[in-house]
Design a protein around this ligand. Structure first.
Ligand code: GLU
Length: 469
C-alpha cells in the first residue's frame, strides 16, 4: 500500500504552531514511507474563510519547506462531487430528507437539556415518506442504530464509541451546501488518504466520518490524533505566550530549520536525540512514537535550536535568511560584506537573525551617532593619540587582512606603551558605533579600509567637540 497523507487546514486565520506541527507530522510520515502528501484547503465555510488566510497558510508551508505532492485542492471547487454523493446516499436509502423546522428542533433540544440529556436529533424523519412538497429540508445521514465504531488510533490506541451516542448528522444544509464532516469524508476517500494525522480536537468527528465512509463503501484510513500544545504555563497556547503564527517566527528571526526541529520534538521523540536535520526526521519518524500527552511550548528551547542552526548550517543559507531581515529594515546590502561573512562572526553573539541584522547595520551604512554610553566611556580626549596613530597604521596597510589589522593595532599599543584596550575600545566605538562587536580584526576586515579612516575621523571630531564644551 502506498501511503497518502494530508494536511487539511481551514483558512480562517494564519498557520499557527499547532497546525504547523500537525502538518509536519503528516508530511514526515508520508516522506518516511515514500508516500505522497496532499494539501487540501477546507474553505467550505464561506463566511470565515479568507483569501489572506489561504495565502498565509501557503506562505507558512512554503517557508517551512513542507512541500505538497498534490494540491492545493480547494473544497469549494468540489461542491458538485459532494452533491453527487449526497444524492447517491439518498438513492440508496442511506441518507434521508429531514423537514423538521428550526423551531421544532430547538424545542426538542430544550426539552432534552431540561431533562439533563445530551441534545440529539431523535430520528423523526428517518423513515417517513410523507414528504411535504416544496418545503425546505436538510439531508441527514442514517447513522447505524446499534453496534460500535472503533478507532484504531496510532497515538491513543483503540477508542470505542457506541452508535447509540451518535445521532443522524446533517450532510447537506437547506441551502444545498454540503457540511464539513461530509466533505472531509468524500475528500479523504477521493484523494486516497491512507493515514489521517490531525489534531485531537477532531476525535469526536472520527466515528461519524468512519460510519459515512462505510456507507459509501470507502476504505477506512488509519488515524493519528495529535495532542494539544500548551503554553509554558500549562494553559492553552495563545498569543499571550508569544508568537503563535508560524510566519511570526520568521519575522522574529528564527530559521525554519530551528522551528521544524523544535516542532518535531514537541510531542515526538527518538531516544534522547534533540537535534534533527530534516533528513534525520524523515529517517526516524513514526506515528507510534508520538506522545499522547499535551506538550508545553518552551521558547528558550526554540532559541537554543535557533542558535545551533545559525552556527552550524552553511553560511550562505543562513546568510540568505539574514538578507531578508536587512531588506525588512530597508538596508541596502548590495555593497559591503557577503551576508555569510556577517553570519560567520555574529552567529554566536545573538539569539535571532533579526537581532543579527540589527547589530550589523554598521557594515552597510554609516551610523547616525555613536552609542551614548560607549562614546562617553571610550571617546575621550585620552583616546585621541591612540585613534590618530591607529588610523595611520591601518591606512598604511597595503593588504587589508585580519592579520595585518591585528598587527597594526598591536603596533599602536606598543608604540604608545598602553594596553590593547586603550587602542581597541576607542577604535571599536569609532568603527562600529558601539562598544560591542566581534573581535576587531575580523570586524574591520569586513569594512572598507577608507571607510575606517573616515569613521576614525568622525570619532576624532566627536572628541574635539566634547573637549571644547
Ligand atoms: N479543517 C480542519 C481544521 O482546520 C481539519 C480537518 C481534518 O484534518 O480532518 O481543523
Amino acid at each position: 500500500m502506498s501511503v497518502v497523507t494530508r494536511f487539511a487546514p481551514s483558512p480562517t486565520g494564519y498557520l499557527h504552531v499547532g497546525g504547523a506541527r500537525t502538518a509536519l507530522y503528516s508530511w514526515l510520515f508520508a516522506k518516511s514511507q515514500g508516500g505522497q502528501f496532499v494539501l487540501r484547503i477546507e474553505d467550505t465555510d464561506l463566511e470565515r474563510s479568507t483569501d489572506e488566510a489561504k495565502q498565509a497558510i501557503l506562505d507558512g508551508m512554503t517557508w517551512l519547506g513542507l512541500t505538497h505532492d498534490v494540491g492545493p485542492i480547494y473544497q469549494t471547487d468540489r461542491f458538485d462531487r459532494y452533491k453527487e454523493l449526497v444524492q447517491q446516499l439518498l438513492d440508496e436509502g442511506k441518507a434521508y430528507k429531514c423537514f423538521m423546522s428550526v423551531a421544532e428542533l430547538d424545542s426538542i433540544r430544550e426539552a432534552q437539556e431540561a431533562a439533563g440529556e445530551k441534545p440529539r436529533y431523535p430520528g423523526t424523519w428517518r423513515d417517513r415518506t410523507d414528504h411535504p412538497a416544496d418545503a425546505p429540508y436538510v439531508v441527514r445521514f442514517k447513522n447505524p442504530l446499534d453496534g460500535n465504531v472503533v478507532i484504531n488510533d496510532h497515538i491513543r490506541g483503540d477508542i470505542t464509541i457506541s452508535n447509540t451516542e451518535l445521532d443522524d448528522l446533517i450532510i447537506m444544509r437547506t441551502d444545498g451546501a454540503p457540511t464539513y464532516n461530509f466533505c472531509v469524508v468524500v475528500d479523504d476517500w477521493d484523494m486516497g488518504i491512507t493515514h489521517v494525522v490531525r489534531g485531537e480536537d477532531h476525535i469526536n468527528n472520527t466515528p461519524r466520518q468512519i460510519n459515512i465512509l462505510q456507507a459509501l463503501g470507502a476504505p477506512i484510513p488509519e488515524y493519528a490524533h495529535v495532542s494539544m500544545i500548551l503554553g509554558d504555563d500549562g494553559k492553552k497556547l495563545s498569543k499571550r505566550h508569544g508568537a503563535v503564527s508560524v510566519m511570526q517566527y520568521r519575522d522574529d528571526g528564527f530559521l525554519p530549520q530551528a522551528v521544524l526541529n523544535y516542532l518535531v520534538r514537541l510531542g515526538w521523540s527518538h531516544g534522547d536525540q534533540e537535534i534533527f536535520s530534516v533528513a534525520e526526521m524523515i529517517e526516524h519518524f513514526s506515528l507510534d512514537n508520538i506522545s499522547k500527552s499535551a506538550s508545553a511550548f518552551n521558547t528558550e528551547k526554540l532559541v537554543w535550536l535557533n542558535q545551533h542552526y545559525m552556527k552550524t548550517l552553511p553560511g550562505n543559507e543562513v546568510g540568505e535568511a539574514l538578507a531578508w531581515h536587512f531588506a525588512q529594515m530597508q538596508i541596502d546590502t548590495t555593497t559591503g560584506p557577503a551576508h555569510s561573512e556577517i553570519v560567520a562572526i555574529q552567529a554566536d553573539r545573538v539569539k535571532t537573525l533579526a537581532e543579527m541584522a540589527q547589530i550589523s547595520t554598521y557594515f552597510y551604512q554609516d551610523f547616525a551617532e555613536f552609542d551614548a554610553n560607549a562614546a562617553k566611556k571610550h571617546l575621550r580626549p585620552v583616546a585621541k593619540d591612540a585613534l590618530l596613530l591607529v588610523k595611520e597604521n591601518l591606512l598604511a596597510l597595503t593588504e587589508w587582512t585580519s592579520e595585518n589589522i591585528q598587527a597594526a593595532i598591536n603596533a599602536t599599543a606598543e608604540t604608545l606603551e598602553v594596553g590593547m584596550g586603550k587602542v581597541g575600545m576607542p577604535l571599536r566605538v569609532a568603527a562600529t558605533g558601539s562598544g560591542n562587536s566581534p573581535s576587531l580584526d575580523v570586524t574591520l576586515v569586513l569594512l572598507n579600509q577608507a571607510k575606517i579612516g573616515e569613521r576614525i575621523d568622525k570619532a576624532l571630531e566627536f572628541i574635539a567637540i566634547r573637549e571644547n564644551c
